[in-house]
Design a binder for this molecule. Structure first.
Ligand SMILES: *Cc1c(COP(=O)(O)O)cnc(C)c1O
Length: 386
């Protein structure tokens, strides 16, 4: 696939990993279930594969495809987004300090607080919209800045190029990792903005059909940190099965088209809710009145497929609205082809800062008029005072 970087993402996505099977001519790559690979009489391995924890052809095809789409040189696939994130933090030297966002995916925060901090990682939670505060949080022991933008579930937008500039002032000591689960390629290009590592829950947009759990760490270049992440992957084996790798590869082929539909739907639904009597706030960085709009417009090609709203009438009304939809599905997660609605505080741990009246919406690829109409009837039924 050399020279393919100049192809458009739609074309690249379709042809990723379609290196026809030399043995059979099969257009679509097979699923390699074998855990072990046979040696030549001289003891060498003809294709470089030895044992599937260390390397598997289907997983290797997925890693190549993900790297190509992201503009990365290295990729390591994991069994979940959480396993991928954990590998990044655990690859840092003992006693490291990291800076993470205050508003972030609650699962990673739990991982940090309950597992990684007790093991010696030092963590500062900072509102990363404020680059001054972020800069002030950097110490001599800081090794990583972890960014999530737009953040989950408040859709805060962080200036990725600004974070990279702050990190570079530390003379190579501080790396930047972006959890890009909410901004898969082509919605954003964090490596183009200078970040070192990109993490995805492939569970979400990349596989795209709510039927695979997976994660990946992608690196702008080979580095000591990435080598340790690779070692954690190989030695611990928190890897996706060949079937899950294959499903994710299949999902990737339609990624650019799904994303376009999802961003269009998010914009349409957000616009329909602005000024609605039953809605007190619409958090979507594609709206010009969103505080993160100017930065989002600069660093994202589209404003994404996620939005949060706050409902007049508080938590009870929010739960009622989620209960009154007919087309939207009431479920957590995101990025699938079906639209989801979720009372977010209800799924996060006790004490989370998420407003109790907040509903998080993940846009699918249905027609936006059907989504807007269903949400409108749910909002009119609930006790929102509207
Ligand atoms: C879902 C998600 C994760 C974790 O992914 P899993 O596959 O569920 O472990 C990490 N970050 C973000 C932003 C997510 O939405």
């Amino acid at each position: 696939m050399s020279g393919t970087r100049r192809l458009h993402p739609e074309t690249l996505a379709v042809h990723l990993g379609l290196e026809s099977d030399a043995a059979t001519g099969a257009l679509i790559p097979p699923i390699h279930l074998s855990t072990t690979f046979e040696r030549n009489p001289d003891g060498s391995y003809p294709h470089g594969f030895v044992y599937s924890r260390a390397g598997n052809p289907t997983r290797a095809a997925l890693e190549r495809a993900l790297a190509l789409l992201q503009g990365a040189t290295e990729a390591a696939a994991f069994a979940s987004g959480s396993a991928a994130a954990a590998a990044v933090f655990r690859a840092l030297p003992a006693g490291s300090h990291v800076v993470v966002p205050r508003d972030m995916y609650h699962g990673i925060r739990v991982l940090l607080r309950e597992h990684l901090e007790p093991a010696g990682l030092r963590v500062s939670e900072i509102d990363q919209r404020d680059l001054g505060a972020l800069g002030a949080a950097i110490t001599d022991d800081t090794r990583l800045i972890w960014v999530e933008t737009p953040s989950n579930p408040m859709l805060h937008v962080t200036d990725v190029a600004g974070v990279v500039e702050l990190a570079r002032r530390q003379k190579g000591r501080v790396e930047v990792a972006v959890d890009a689960t909410w901004t898969p390629p082509t919605w954003a290009d964090p490596i183009g903005l200078g970040v070192d590592l990109v993490v995805h829950a492939t569970t979400k947009y990349l596989s795209g059909h709510s039927d695979v759990l997976g994660g990946a760490v992608l690196a702008a270049r080979r580095s000591e940190t990435f080598e340790r992440i690779r070692a954690i992957q190989v030695h611990e084996g928190a890897v996706p099965s060949p079937f899950e790798c294959w499903l994710t590869l299949r999902g990737l082929r339609t990624l650019p088209h799904r994303l376009r539909a999802q961003a269009e739907n998010a914009a349409a639904v957000a616009a329909s809710l602005v000024g609605h009597d039953a809605v007190t706030a619409v958090h979507y960085p594609g709206l010009p009145e969103h505080p993160g709009y100017p930065i989002a417009a600069r660093q994202m090609r589209e404003a994404g497929g996620m939005l949060s709203i706050q409902v007049a009438g508080g938590e009870a009304a929010a739960v009622q609205v989620a209960g009154a939809v007919r087309l939207w599905r009431r479920a957590t997660s995101l990025g699938g082809v079906e639209s989801l609605i979720e009372h977010r505080a209800g799924v996060e741990p006790e004490g989370s800062a998420t407003p109790r009246d907040l509903l998080r919406l993940s846009l699918g690829i249905e027609h936006h008029e059907d989504l807007v109409a269903d949400l409108a009837q749910a909002l009119s039924q609930a006790g929102t005072g509207a």
